[in-house]
Design a protein around this ligand. Structure first.
Ligand SMILES: NC(=O)c1ccc[n+]([C@@H]2O[C@H](COP(=O)([O-])OP(=O)(O)OC[C@H]3O[C@@H](n4cnc5c(N)ncnc54)[C@H](O)[C@@H]3O)[C@@H](O)[C@H]2O)c1
Length: 339
């Protein structure tokens, strides 16, 4: 079994990807400092797979510790780098922490990988790199605009760092940058899912916590955007579908099929849904009536963004499979295990 190092493998997207990797015949190895995850994610992974996944509780920015993992595991074939902070609002309050962690952990990884002959990297980027786009849907060729937060800027910087490192004459690194849209949902077993710490920033955990009675009501941030019903539009992708995109990306790198040293793919459904549509879909999926009201816009929110998913379909053969209603049903099932 080919070993794939998964940084941030105990997190939301990482845990689903670890499961998908093992099920696809790879040997995932987790590195996580548990700054935004719980040991319970490891128990969930083990319960789904029936095996323990080797896990190192270390910080990706700790070069000596990271070297120790590559040494101990010996024949790592590729890395999927999820480890980062991801809260947009928090990044405005703590920009330095975001640059240190998100950019710093990538730099450390890029310094260590070549010393162990590891040439394949899948990097977690984000649709936030597009800023507020001029036209929709966004393709990979859509020019990036100034990011609306330090978080978004860390993703832009990381992409640029990967391009510069790859352009060096002696470079052997091959990278696939996956620009995720909005991951939602949970594994069908409801043994792993999203564990937001504190008040959720994202719509779906806020909805499920409201339906579960943890929050009194959902406040929709603005209904006067230039969108069909006035609320924000996003491209919601089921996390298990998103996890599968990593498998095809890893396979492409290991098969040496990448056409350039850095390839970029949007990973979304290709459809935009408004906040009100998500609320209605959740009510259908759960049979619950949701308590919500309309509030003011939230600073920094992009009015609308969704993917042109053609390149991932044509080049990677990747297509999402799960509907919005089914994705929300899995979120609701997961939420009910948390009560
Ligand atoms: N969830 C989203 O909406 C979304 C959208 C686009 C991109 N992304 C990116 O995808 C990646 C994974 O996101 P997620 O939603 O799974 O987040 P998450 O917070 O659930 O997972 C990230 C994991 O990385 C770990 N981590 C953070 N810094 C670390 C470090 N220095 N060393 C070791 N471990 C560290 C955390 O403990 C956590 O387990 C991140 O890079 C994020 O920016 C997420």
């Amino acid at each position: 079994m080919k070993k794939i190092l998964v940084t941030g493998g105990a997190g939301y997207i990482g845990s689903h990807t670890v499961v998908a990797l093992q099920q696809a015949g790879y040997q995932p190895v987790i590195v996580d400092n548990f700054s935004n995850s719980e040991e319970s994610a490891l128990a969930g992974i083990e319960s789904i797979l029936g095996v323990k996944v080797p896990t190192y509780r270390i910080d990706c920015g700790n070069e000596a510790a990271l070297r120790g993992v590559f040494e101990a595991e010996k024949d790592i074939k590729g890395v999927i780098h999820f480890a980062a902070y991801k809260a947009v609002g928090e990044s405005v309050a703590k920009p330095l922490a975001y640059f240190q962690n998100n950019v710093g952990s990538l730099l450390t990884l890029l310094a260590v990988m070549p010393d162990f002959g590891v040439e394949n990297l899948v990097f977690s980027s984000s649709c936030t790199v597009y800023g507020i786009p001029d036209a929709l849907p966004v393709t990979e060729a859509t020019p990036t605009k100034p990011a609306s937060s330090p978080y978004g800027r860390t993703k832009q910087m990381c992409e640029e760092i990967v391009h510069d490192v790859s352009a060096a004459p002696t470079n052997k690194l091959r990278t696939i940058l996956l620009r995720y849209f909005n991951p939602i949902g949970a594994h069908e077993s409801a043994k792993i899912g999203e564990l937001p710490l504190g008040v959720p920033n994202n719509l779906v955990p806020y909805i499920t916590q409201t339906a579960a009675g943890i929050r009194e009501k959902l406040t929709i941030n603005g209904s006067d955007y230039e969108t069909p019903d006035g609320t924000n539009v996003r491209d919601y992708i089921h996390v298990v579908d998103l996890a599968k995109a990593h498998i095809v990306a890893v396979q492409r790198l290991l098969d040496r099929k990448a056409s350039e040293s850095v390839e970029t793919f949007n990973v979304g459904t290709g459809h935009g849904n408004s906040v009100l549509e998500v609320v209605q879909a959740f009510e259908k999926a759960s049979g619950q009536k949701l308590n919500y009201s309309i509030g003011p816009r939230r600073p920094g929110d992009v009015p609308a963004i969704y993917a042109d998913a053609t390149k991932a379909a044509q080049v990677l053969g990747f297509k999402t499979e799960t509907s919005l209603v089914d994705s929300l049903a899995s979120s609701w099932k997961w939420q009910q295990t948390l009560k």
